[in-house]
Write a new protein. Structure first.
Lengths: 614, 284
């Protein structure tokens, strides 16, 4: 049996088995929620207990693993397809090989995602029948839709990977498969987001009886789109970070020069993707919290001023570590680029600025002080630190960190290039002015926030974000034109990176995982004693209704992160078995046409300066 | 393998550092909710009802058992069943009492303002149907009436229309209302006026109240659960209007120890503080 002309041959029997299996799985998944709900309603149990660890922890662990692997499986295809498109457009095979290598990591991860999804489903049905029965009653049509999407994604992902070589002469079809894969994956996420966001911000129901009034409103509730956008971007960032960590590990274990060069490059690309997505992520997260606040203002008090306020200090530590790590990796990377030493002198100032901003971001507003201490201070807050414990300061700090990270990218991009256009100096001055003016705008609105009401202050963050985004676009465009036809000062020495740079990549991946576990905890916990926020019918009356302490939660995060990495390292090991010795490099990995992601219009000149050590 | 072990140790170290950080930051109490088991027999219901009724920041914040001239809501709660038999035409005592809890504005006793009491089965107080049943059995028993299985069933039957949410709750026109305030600003204002030095709010960390200096005023944890905005505003502007009994909140002259803020607090401050306090959810 053959499909699509040049597709790989599948035997008739295997084909029937495959199709039959998929159909049976779809039917089972589609029928299970309503069937089980009928059973549950007869038994009339609201909650059941899970032995040893309790129901809450069981669901927490299953949900978290499912989310981590799902984020990876949804994020990687996005940039795999983009990478493949770049390869097809530039006719550069190494991008195609890189895209395939990204996709190879997906196969086992996809199965594990589905496994944890199944475990989560059974735990929810068995342990939390009250809420699951209710959600099924509201969302059952979307659950059938979800099953269909899952089948579509499964078909696409297997075809996309296994038909890679067969379709190498029909790239358009293969890329179309990749786009379809992303289409199904994104819709799957949107569907599941409807259930999760509904629990945070219910809409379309009678808030007394819980009866469904408007199905579309229940889906398109106040936080649905904000969650969609935030998770879409976060999946890309997370996928990039994990891929970079994989490459880092392979770099560390590789002995051959060519392999180290390949994985150094792969790690750079993965980290680049992660950071590119990380930059807009705080804005997407801010939008999510704003929408949550618009729906229920007391949620914001819980998040930022009450029970979860210290959680956001921990989040600041995580995100700051990500940015510091990303910048440090880029600065180390300057060492492998001839000409990069020109920019080393700026690093200390950028580091200083990032650390100051990070400290401000991590400053709590309320210090735990005794009455005597508070009287000595003379007020409820510390006279200096109290100023920095407010969102006006923190928004300013993160925007400045983002600007510095962007600047690191710009310096890295031009590290081995000398501009040849006549207006290069003017262009660079213009870039500098744009950056300075943006920083001034960010600081201006930050200071103004201290003198404005809360609602006005929320609005100022929009101006800060818009100015940073505009600055990045303008400076980037200017950079492209300034370095058109630039002279290249030698080739990038891929593979010539100190080992600590790879540990930085691994650390970034670990912190990404910890951040996701932390924010998942916040999202679930912000509902307080309700399964569906504000709906008395769905008040959480289980023994686990209250949120655990941060101490307990961070222990859970660490255990989950370590377990996740053990499972992921198993996946990487299996992937390594398949491709053992398969990595070949047909040309020196040092790019001959400009910086990392290629620039086809650069001139090549030989390096005339010794390479600085990383 | 050596590299793998190094990477594993490194990952453990990174996770460990952040786990340590998560343990050194201030912690919030995290005990699971202690559910009052309501039970099924009349004796069990009465016992549970007593606990719920007497819970801090619950019914006794407004009502009283026995005489209390300053009670803002009806006192002599032990007589509710007796009074309920003739309160509303066409309704027996059980039906009236059930309606009073689920739909307080449906019938408001003369002399008491409308919109004062919120339906007890809705957020933020959110008593379950069983808890409401328990409270009623307790109050009926308090008045000397025997609580038997038939009476419990009668309560169940009277609750049915409210359990399905089919009854539209009565809304009364407000005699006076505060505009919507800025809760976030109100929290800052609460800190600035140092209200926290006398009034404890669990889960908030404005500063540490010493045993001998603190507890001068009633705790405000979950105050939004049991009191209306008007009550909260009145408590700030006129603390002597309603004096919470016992616990040393009053001085030797019998008046509230709460200072006066007429000259220092603006209307905006008052509106915002009320907005903040009225959103405090109860800790069950």
């Amino acid at each position: 049996m053959q499909f699509f002309g040049a597709m790989p041959k599948i035997s008739k029997d295997n084909g029937y088995y495959l199709i039959g299996s998929l159909i049976i799985i779809t039917i089972l998944i589609s029928l299970s929620p309503p069937l089980v709900a009928q059973q549950v309603s007869r038994l009339a149990a609201d909650y059941r207990n899970f032995p040893l660890i309790g129901s809450r922890m069981a669901v927490w662990i299953a949900a978290q693993f499912h989310l981590l692997f799902a984020a990876f499986v949804l994020g990687v295809p996005i940039f795999a397809v983009i990478c493949e498109c770049i390869g097809a457009a530039t006719k550069d095979e190494k991008y195609d090989r890189l895209a395939k290598e990204f996709t190879r990591l997906l196969m086992l991860a996809f199965s594990i995602t589905a496994t944890f999804g199944g475990i989560l489903l059974f735990l929810l049905i068995g342990l939390y029948p009250k809420i699951f029965n209710y959600l099924t009653g509201i969302f059952s049509p979307t659950m059938y839709f979800y099953s269909g999407l899952f089948i579509g994604e499964a078909i696409c992902i297997y075809l996309y990977y296994y038909a890679w070589d067969s379709l190498k002469d029909n790239k358009k079809l293969h890329i179309t498969l990749g786009i379809l894969l992303n289409f199904f994956g994104t819709l799957i996420m949107f569907t599941a987001n409807a259930w999760a966001s509904f629990m945070m911000s219910p809409a379309g129901i009678n808030m007394d009886s819980g009866e469904l009034i408007n199905f579309w409103q229940a889906i398109n509730n106040p936080t649905w789109w904000a969650l969609n956008i935030h998770r879409f971007i976060a999946n890309i960032a997370f996928g990039g970070a994990l891929v970079a960590a994989y490459a880092a590990f392979r770099f560390l274990v590789s002995m051959a020069k060519e392999q180290r060069a390949h994985y150094d490059w792969m790690g750079y690309v993965g980290n680049f993707i992660a950071m590119l997505a990380l930059i807009p992520l705080p804005f997407a997260g801010y939008k999510l919290v704003r929408d949550l606040y618009a729906h229920n203002s007391s949620t914001l008090f819980t998040l930022m001023g009450g029970e979860f306020s210290w959680l956001f200090i921990i989040q600041a530590a995580f995100i700051g570590t990500l940015f510091i790590g990303a910048n440090y990796y880029l600065w180390l990377g300057l060492g492998r680029i001839p000409g990069g030493h020109r920019y080393m002198k700026y690093i200390i100032y950028m580091e200083l600025l990032i650390f100051i901003c990070q400290i401000i971001w991590m400053t709590p507003h309320t210090l735990v002080a005794t009455l005597t201490e508070a009287r000595k201070i003379g007020r409820a807050h510390h006279p200096v630190l109290g100023i920095f414990g407010l969102m006006a300061a923190k928004n300013t700090a993160i925007n400045l960190i983002i600007l510095v990270t962007f600047l690191s990218f710009i310096l890295y991009r031009r590290a081995n290039r000398i501009a040849t256009v006549s207006w290069a100096r003017t262009g660079k001055i213009l870039q500098g002015m744009v950056l300075v003016v943006t920083a001034a705008i960010v600081i201006y609105y930050g200071v103004k926030g201290y003198f404005a009401s809360a609602d006005e202050r929320f609005g100022f963050s929009v101006y800060q974000v818009l100015s940073v985004l505009t600055c990045m676009i303008v400076v980037w465009i200017l950079d492209i034109f300034i370095f058109l036809g630039a002279k290249v000062v030698g080739t990038i020495q891929w593979g010539k990176m100190p080992e600590r740079s790879q540990y930085v990549l691994i650390m970034i991946a670990v912190v990404f995982v910890l951040t996701m576990t932390l924010m998942g905890f916040a999202r679930s916990g912000v509902r307080g004693p309700y399964h569906v926020d504000g709906l008395a019918l769905m008040a959480d009356t289980s023994p686990y209704a209250r949120n655990p302490s941060l101490s307990f939660a961070t222990m859970m995060f660490s255990i989950i992160a370590l377990s996740f990495f053990f499972i992921t390292s198993f996946i990487f090991w299996l992937t390594g078995l398949e491709e053992k010795g398969a990595v070949t490099v047909s040309e020196p990995m040092a790019l001959s046409k400009g910086s990392a992601l290629g620039s086809s219009d650069a001139q090549i000149i030989e390096p005339d300066t010794p390479q600085p050590e990383g | 393998m050596k590299v793998y072990l190094k990477v594993v140790l490194f990952v453990m170290a990174v996770a460990g550092v952040f786990a340590y950080f998560g343990n050194v930051v201030p912690q919030f109490s995290a005990t699971p909710t202690k559910q009052i088991k309501v039970g099924e027999t009349p004796a069990e219901l009465i016992r549970a009802g007593k606990k719920i009724f007497e819970r801090e920041d619950s019914c006794l914040s407004c009502h009283a058992i026995g005489e209390d001239p300053k009670a803002r809501c009806p006192d002599h709660m032990e007589e509710v069943f007796l009074k309920a038999t003739t309160r509303k035409e066409g309704m027996n005592a059980i039906e009236y009492l059930v309606e009073s809890l689920y739909n307080p504005n449906a019938y408001v006793v003369e002399g008491y303002p409308k919109n004062q009491m919120k339906p007890v089965n809705r957020p933020p107080m959110s008593l379950s149907d069983d808890e409401i049943k328990a409270v009623l059995t307790y109050l009926i028993n308090l008045g000397g009436k025997e609580v038997n299985v038939q009476l419990v069933k009668a309560i169940d039957d009277a609750q049915k229309p409210f359990k399905t949410g089919k009854i539209v709750l009565a809304e009364a026109g407000a005699e006076f209302s505060l505009p919507e305030g800025d809760g976030a600003q109100g929290r800052f204002t609460y800190q600035e006026f140092k209200c926290w030095q006398c009034h404890l709010i669990q889960g908030e960390h404005f500063g540490k109240i010493k045993e001998e200096e603190g507890g001068v005023g009633p705790g405000l944890t979950g105050i939004g659960a049991v009191q209306t905005k008007l009550y909260i505003a009145e408590s700030i502007v006129n603390p002597n209007a309603v004096l919470v009994k016992g616990k040393g909140y009053t001085g030797d002259d019998g008046l509230s120890k709460m200072p006066e803020y007429h000259d220092s607090m603006t209307l905006r401050n008052l509106i915002d503080i009320v907005a903040y306090l009225s959103k405090l959810k109860p800790k069950k």
